[in-house]
Design a protein around this ligand. Structure first.
Ligand code: ADP
Length: 249
């Protein structure tokens, strides 16, 4: 990825909860079409950072700049409408709905309609195509089954499909791989590579470092809310401060 255009920027981003500095003065730039990994021990501020970038939490200090516009404090629906999709570590599907109907929120969104020039496509077919892309077997029971009874691996895939359905520019994935088997992760890697090939930009919060490092161009490392390192995966893991943070956790 040789694209030097900055698509998203965090400037001195901070969020305090009472006395806890969950995110503390974090700055970084995301280049268009790169995969940026965000790693760090439990409680280091990774999910709070995802929440700050996507409007689910308002910063105590600092700014979020997307495509040159200050989006600090914008609510999640506006951030999504601008083209930043987000998956959750704790999946929250509409449990009563069939899996494919869970994509309707995105497929009916103003953004998707706008991108389609106001035309309505066949939403059910679009949803099923997306689910097939993330590894649901076409015409199998899982596609039409209530989300409530889907195995965990499918719920995580559904989260990814929901992001893709929004046709976003940036996708923030909060521990997409958590709880998945090695085979399940291996099957999702090509899906992510395809998104990159299509020009998407990804922020991947991950604990599964081995798998992440195969995909990520760069990583940033958080510890106690602060960015303690940034660089190519192999290089970052050699950093004594990073080793210390992981050994200490
Ligand atoms: P990570 O995702 O790296 O595990 P989090 O962002 O979830 O870290 O949490 C960072 C710190 O902020 C933790 O100490 C956590 O307890 C605290 N924290 C996160 N969200 C809240 C909240 N809503 N209220 C109070 N403390 C919070």
């Amino acid at each position: 990825n040789n694209n030097q255009e900055i698509i998203l920027q965090a400037e001195n981003l901070s969020r305090y909860f009472g006395g806890v500095k969950a995110v503390d003065g974090v700055s970084f730039s995301l280049r268009r079409n790169e995969v940026l990994g965000v790693i760090g021990p439990n409680g280091s501020g990774k999910t709070t950072l995802a929440n700050l970038l996507t409007g689910f939490v308002k910063p105590s200090k600092g700014k979020v700049i997307f495509e040159g516009n200050d989006i600090t404090g914008s609510p999640p629906y506006k951030v999504a409408d601008l083209g930043i999709a987000r998956s959750f570590q704790m999946v929250k599907p509409f449990y009563q709905l069939p899996a494919f109907k869970n994509l309707n929120v995105a497929l009916l969104s103003p953004r998707v309609r706008r991108l389609a020039g106001g035309r309505y496509g066949d939403r059910d077919a679009m949803a099923k195509d997306l689910l097939e892309e993330v590894g649901f077997e076409r015409d199998s029971w899982v596609i039409s089954h209530q989300a409530a009874s889907l195995p965990h691996g499918y719920l995580k895939r559904l989260e990814l499909a929901k992001c893709m359905a929004l046709q976003p520019e940036v996708i923030v994935l909060d521990e997409l791989f958590s709880g998945l088997s090695l085979a399940e992760v291996a099957s999702l890697v090509p899906v992510i590579e395809k998104l990159v090939h299509q020009g998407k930009t990804l922020v991947m919060i991950e604990h599964r470092l081995k798998e992440l490092f195969r995909i990520a161009d760069r990583v940033i490392v958080l510890n106690f809310g602060q960015k303690i390192a940034e660089g190519e995966p192999a290089q970052v893991m050699e950093d004594p401060q990073v080793k210390g943070a992981y050994l200490g956790s």
